[in-house]
Structures are given as C-alpha cells and as structure tokens.
Design a protein around this ligand. Structure first.
Ligand code: SAM
Length: 281
C-alpha cells in the first residue's frame, strides 16, 4: 500500500485482512472510517479522495494489527452493545451480541418497577448499562475484580449519562453486595483453561481472566451458584450465560445448590446458552 485514494486503500486493506476474517471488506471500512473520524457513508461518497501519507501509514498499521488477529473493537476502541456505544480496551472482554439476549431475558422476567439487580463480572459494563438504559427505576450494582475493567465500565456509564442508577464495586463476585438483590446476572468466564480456542480467533487478545475458568470451564459458575443464594431475595432470579455445550451441567450445578425452577434458554442461533433459576427461601 504505497499511496492512493479511499477506494484503492480500502480494496488493498480488505485483501490483506481476508485471511483473518470473512468480513474483510466491512472491517477495512470500519477501520478506515474510524481513522478518518467519519462514518462509513463518507467512504462511499468520496472514494476518489487521496489519503495523506500519515493517514496511509496509520491505516497500514491497523491493517497489520488486524492481520495478526487483533479484534477490530480493540483497534477502534469501541463496540456497540444494545445500541449503546461502549468504550473497550484490552482490559475488558469485547461484549458479544448473544449477551444481549441475557439482557432481554432479565427485561422479560423481572417487573418494571424498582428492582435491585447486580451484574457480576461487568467488564465494559455492557449488561448493567443496557439494563439501566431500559429500566430507569432499577438500581444496578456492577461488580468486577479487575480495577482496570471497572474504570472502563465507569467511563462508559459517565459517557452515557447512566450514573444515577449504577453503583460500581470492586471485588470477588457477590462479596461487595450489601443488600439482597431481586436478580443477579452474570456472563462469567466459562472456557476450559486448556481449550485451544483461547489461543486463536482473537481470544488471545482478550483478558484470560475474563474467559477461562478451570479444567472444565465451570469453576466460576460453581462458585457463583453456591454464593449468590445468600445475596438474593426469596424467589430472586439468577440469570447466567454459559458455553453452548454446558447447559445440562450448569442446570445440575444450580439444582444441587438448591435453586428452584431451573430452566435453560437458547440464543437466536438455537444454541443452549442461558440458564435462569429461582433462589430458594
Ligand atoms: C466473560 S467476561 C464478561 C464481561 C461482561 N459482563 C460482558 O458480558 O461483556 C467475565 C468478567 O468477569 C470478571 N471476573 C472474573 N472473575 C471474577 C471474580 N472472581 N469476581 C468478579 N469478577 C470476575 C472478569 O474480569 C470479566 O470482566
């Protein structure tokens, strides 16, 4: 990529990314639009516009990073979740679209009026912020044991003007909670620590502490299942995201911890991805 117009550098960039990603043309557009601080429509409107040497160099560097597998969201520093533009850094997991369905489950299953709801392992704040944006009467507590992740979540809340309903707490799962909750949601780490996927598909750029959880990926779900009972009101809901082959085991874990009405849900790809359970008295 020596010099060129928007159209020429986009096509070269897409070719370079193609080995990494099936959506190379779109990714090249997202990266160039981010670099030029314009929307993607601008690229279509001005395909003949020539980039400066500096812009070209920066684009080349982004393309190389993408070629090496770095996720687009870390290159642009942002990711949309529940239509909210969230800042993301390598300190936080990039929020995934399927997690929006965990949010939807909570919205469907809980009353609209004043509820106390906790998001364990909040990362970028995605789940707590989406819930706050939909339910102005809910009081949300977002917890993470990573102080750098919590800073990103707090920055996102400030940027979205959603601070009134949200409290951020540093700590281990439920421990920072000081009042019983009507619901606790979590998308915890659930990948087995020897799973080879952790070394590829961009996962190797995300924090290992957000992804891996013991030999079978279920260590954190076991801990959450045992400990959340003390922090939920009777019949309060625990809503968990898990790996697509883990549902039967997660249901068993929750049932042996004494949870009632344990029920599995699928994502919109018909994969078993969520479990909801009621806290015993
Ligand atoms: C899979 S990520 C989920 C992030 C975010 N909730 C989302 O859905 O995009 C798991 C999160 O749990 C946090 N975490 C891991 N172990 C924890 C613990 N013992 N206590 C609190 N948070 C923890 C990680 O730092 C990470 O932010």
């Amino acid at each position: 990529m020596n010099s060129g117009s928007i159209e020429q550098v986009l096509s070269a960039g897409a070719k370079a990314i193609a080995e990494q990603s099936k959506i190379a043309p779109l990714e090249a557009q997202i990266l160039l639009a981010h670099l030029l601080q314009k929307d993607r429509a601008y690229l279509y409107s001005w395909p003949e516009k020539i980039l400066s040497d500096e812009q070209l160099k920066s684009f080349q560097s982004m393309i190389e990073r993408r070629q090496s597998g770095e996720p687009v969201a870390y290159l642009t520093g942002s990711k949309e979740f529940w239509s909210l533009p969230l800042k993301v850094t390598p300190d936080v997991l990039i929020p995934r679209p399927e997690t929006e369905q965990l949010v939807q489950l909570a919205l469907d299953l809980l009353p609209h009026d004043a509820c106390k709801v906790a998001d364990l392992g909040t990362g970028s704040g995605a789940i707590a912020l989406a819930l706050a944006s939909e339910r102005p009467q809910w009081q949300l507590t977002a917890i993470d044991f990573s102080s750098t992740a919590l800073e990103v979540a707090q920055e996102n809340a400030n940027g979205l003007g959603l601070t009134d309903q949200l409290e951020f707490k540093l700590g281990n799962w439920c421990e920072p909670l000081d009042t019983p909750q009507h619901a606790i949601l979590s998308n915890p780490p659930y990948i087995a620590k020897a799973d080879p996927h952790l070394q590829k598909d961009g996962l190797n750029f995300e924090p290992a502490s957000a992804l891996a959880s013991g030999a079978d990926g279920l260590d954190d779900i076991r801990i959450i299942s045992e400990t959340t009972k003390d922090y939920l009101v009777t019949d309060g809901l625990l809503l968990l995201e898990h790996g697509y082959q883990q549902q039967a085991k997660v249901i068993k874990i929750l049932e042996s911890s004494g949870y009632k009405d344990v029920r599995g849900y699928q994502d919109d790809q018909q994969q078993d991805r969520f479990v909801v359970a009621k806290c015993p008295s």
